[in-house]
Design a protein around this ligand. Structure first.
Ligand code: H79
Length: 685
């Protein structure tokens, strides 16, 4: 699946943040405090689907917890599997012990998944583990007890969508909601002590609405005022994406699924829920476990972006957690024992990283910075971003004595790593290492924000004739100084007072000063000018996750590389590219090339066809050329293809239609799901 990356401007964004309801920011912050500090949670998907384990009638299914839907198992037949659910090995203590060993601070447990089966003794229905199965026990009660003893917060996943209840879709939905869903939630919120989180899901069904979500949110908060509720309570999510588009929509935090945001900030609450192998529920055939190192790196990356990591396990039908999953949690816990200070209770910095292999967090009070390196740096480590004070000390977590460091002429920190540590066996841990830098040295102030009329927080922009740029100061008392030639701004650079009109390419750098002292990191934005075309319009919007550099990025003379994470690529989810280009005047064109990405393992496919239409008046278009799709071998990954259309023609307007294949083909594990089309660069000659 595409590792979804969302590029977000630091402002203008979004979030579910408790702002729309009658709660002050202070009260909201207090309620969110434990969750923001926790950083690491364990998701547990467990229900009757574990009985099937991803196998239906002897066939491996594409699904695990989705098997009822995926394999069209009628409710009456699914019930037969549910009746066999007898997880005699279930031991809440053992699960919670594992959570403890893994260093998680909270557990989110599927009280009821889409299949509608309740994992507690529900009086509202007989379709639950205590009544419907030979097992007879109340799993939630036992888990709640074990969590309480261990000091781990417990939260409940609850699916609004319900494939079992006859009223849960269609005209009688309100009856299901009022006589079933809400009474069940009432049980969950009154019978199991303090519930940390209500984690809704399945809210995308047509019967659900933002209004019902807002009402349900209040209902839940009334029963447990301190509880934290995810944004899937309402309809705020942008499609199946994790983050809410509108901050007035219900819910306290965003829920990117199988996705780490490209950029977080201290101003948004988000939690990446991700699987340890490829499935949420237990699936016998799924042995595709992520390496402990990859999981630890995810945790570090997420914490650096201010998010939480909710990592999943799917126990089997006996009640046992697969050994491979257990090992991974233990390995993460081992790492956290040494390095937890860099994760728990931390907050993100304005710059979350340096290069690919260094991630930053800071202590809540801002007095300590943690630089976590994902790869052993060798004999010395150079940190460009932070400026230590003379009295600052640098430690490698897990080692007592301070390390030697000095500031080089550029004000960067250079830390010397003793010879002893060059041997892996002598290091305090594996997988990633934390350098702790003490003594309030950080540029924790937010950086100035560079914006254009169309975009807040521009990093790179292309314009045709001229562009008006505004720069805003990160705080009220601050003065912004800037340069236009790529040099580092200082006290002596011009002070920003009014919007700047660019008519030529420029690199703007801006910094905030207070009382003549630099108080922020430098913000840089690149502006390029393009004259090759007059206008490019897209009929269909690209995905907000992969916006590229906007439509002009398609003709900026730079082609995307082989990695779809690169910001050059524009991605279309299930949609096609339909671009109209106005060349500004009648021109003679000899060829058009379109550069596309193919990365089938990430659900990215070449277009099925590319059509080219031309026009002299912008009204009547005639088809001029067509490229028929090629088929690559199944599984082709990360290859780039360039479709060439030779087309001697004189015209002013071009219309390019590159058709998305639409859905993932049948051989693909994502069969039936939306396929991606990635384009960067339309090359006109
Ligand atoms: O509870 C977990 C998932 O069951 C649920 N949310 C997380 C937390 C979820 N709902 N929808 N989705 C995830 C995305 C849908 C994936 C699917 Fe499929 C694609 C369902 C059917 C096609 C996966 C792949 C299951 C069968 C094929």
């Amino acid at each position: 699946m595409v590792k979804r990356v969302l590029v977000l401007g630091m402002i203008g964004l979004v979030l579910a943040g408790g702002l729309a309801r009658a709660e002050t920011k202070k009260a909201f912050d207090a309620r969110m405090r434990w969750w923001r500090d926790a950083k690491f949670g364990m998701f547990i998907h467990w229900g009757p689907y574990a009985v099937l384990g991803g196998v239906y009638k002897g066939q491996n299914s594409a699904a695990a917890e989705w098997i009822m839907n995926e394999d069209n198992i009628p409710a009456a037949e699914y019930e037969e599997y549910a009746r066999q659910f007898n997880p005699v090995q279930f031991n809440a203590r053992a699960w919670v012990d594992l959570a403890k060993a893994g260093g998680v601070k909270y557990i989110i447990f599927t009280s009821k998944h889409h299949d509608g089966f309740a994992m507690w003794d529900s009086k509202v229905s007989g379709y639950d583990i205590a009544e419907f199965t030979p097992f007879k026990r109340d799993v939630l009660k036992e888990l709640a007890e074990a969590c309480k003893q261990a000091g781990i917060r417990l939260g409940f996943y609850y699916s609004i969508m319900d494939w079992h209840h006859p009223d849960a879709a269609g005209e009688r939905f309100a009856a299901y909601r009022d006589a079933y869903l809400k009474p069940q939630l009432q049980e969950l919120l009154t019978g199991y002590g303090k519930v940390g989180v209500l984690w809704f899901d399945g809210e995308w069904i047509d019967d659900w609405s933002e209004g019902q979500g807002a009402e349900l949110y209040s209902f839940v908060r009334r029963l447990q005022p301190e509880i934290i509720v995810n944004n899937r309570v309402g309809k705020g999510r942008n499609g199946m994406q994790g983050m809410s588009l509108d901050k007035s929509s219900a819910g306290d935090f965003g829920t990117p699924e199988q996705e780490i945001l490209a950029q977080g900030s201290a101003a948004m609450d988000w939690e990446a829920c991700m699987t340890t192998n490829d499935s949420w529920g237990y699936k016998k055939a799924d042995n595709n476990w992520k390496s402990p190192e990859a999981l630890i790196h995810n945790l570090i990356d997420i914490a650096a972006k201010g998010g939480n990591y909710l990592l999943n396990l799917g126990p089997d039908a006996e009640g046992l957690i697969p050994e491979a999953g257990q090992e991974r949690f233990r390995e993460i816990g081992k790492w956290l024992k040494v390095n937890g200070a860099a994760i728990y209770g931390t907050r993100p910095l304005p710059e979350y990283r340096e290069g690919e292999n260094i991630r930053y967090t800071r202590s809540l009070d801002g007095k300590t910075i943690y630089a976590t390196v994902l790869e052993w740096p060798g004999k010395s480590l150079r940190l460009k971003y932070i400026e230590p004070k003379k009295k600052s000390k640098v430690y490698l977590l897990g080692r007592k004595s301070a390390l030697t460091w000095k500031a080089n002429s550029r004000g960067e920190v250079v830390i010397t790593l003793p010879a002893l540590l060059q041997r892996a066996a002598n290091r305090p841990c594996r997988h990633a290492w934390v350098f702790k830098i003490t003594g309030r040295q950080l540029p924790v102030a937010a950086a100035p924000l560079i914006s254009t009329a169309s975009k807040t927080g521009v990093v790179r922009s292309l314009f045709t004739d001229s562009e008006q740029v505004t720069i805003s100061a990160p705080s009220d008392g601050a003065e912004v100084h800037y340069t236009l030639d790529g040099r580092t701004p200082s006290q002596n650079s011009p002070v920003y007072t009014a919007p700047i009109t660019l008519t030529e390419a420029a690199e703007i750098q801006a910094v905030a000063l207070e009382k003549g002292k630099v108080i922020s990191p430098v913000t840089t934005a690149q502006f390029s000018r393009t004259t090759r075309i007059k206008r490019l319009t897209l009929e269909k919007s690209p995905s907000v996750k992969y916006p590229g550099w906007g439509e002009l990025g398609l003709v900026d003379g730079r082609q995307g590389g082989t990695d779809y994470h690169e910001s050059d690529w524009i991605g279309f989810e299930g949609e096609s590219l339909d671009a109209t280009i106005d060349l500004g005047e009648q021109k003679s064109i000899s060829s058009i090339r379109l550069s596309c990405l193919e990365d089938q393992n990430s659900w990215i496919f070449l277009p099925s066809s590319i059509k080219l239409l031309t026009s002299t008046d912008g009204a009547t278009f005639v088809q001029t050329a067509e490229w028929k799709g090629e088929t690559s071998p199944a599984g082709t990954a990360a290859t780039r293809e360039t479709a060439l259309i030779i087309m001697p023609k004189s015209c002013r307007y071009l219309r390019i239609l590159a058709s998305n294949v639409g859905v993932c083909p049948s051989w693909h594990k994502g069969a039936g799901g939306k396929a991606w089309l990635f384009i960067d660069e339309i090359i006109i000659n």
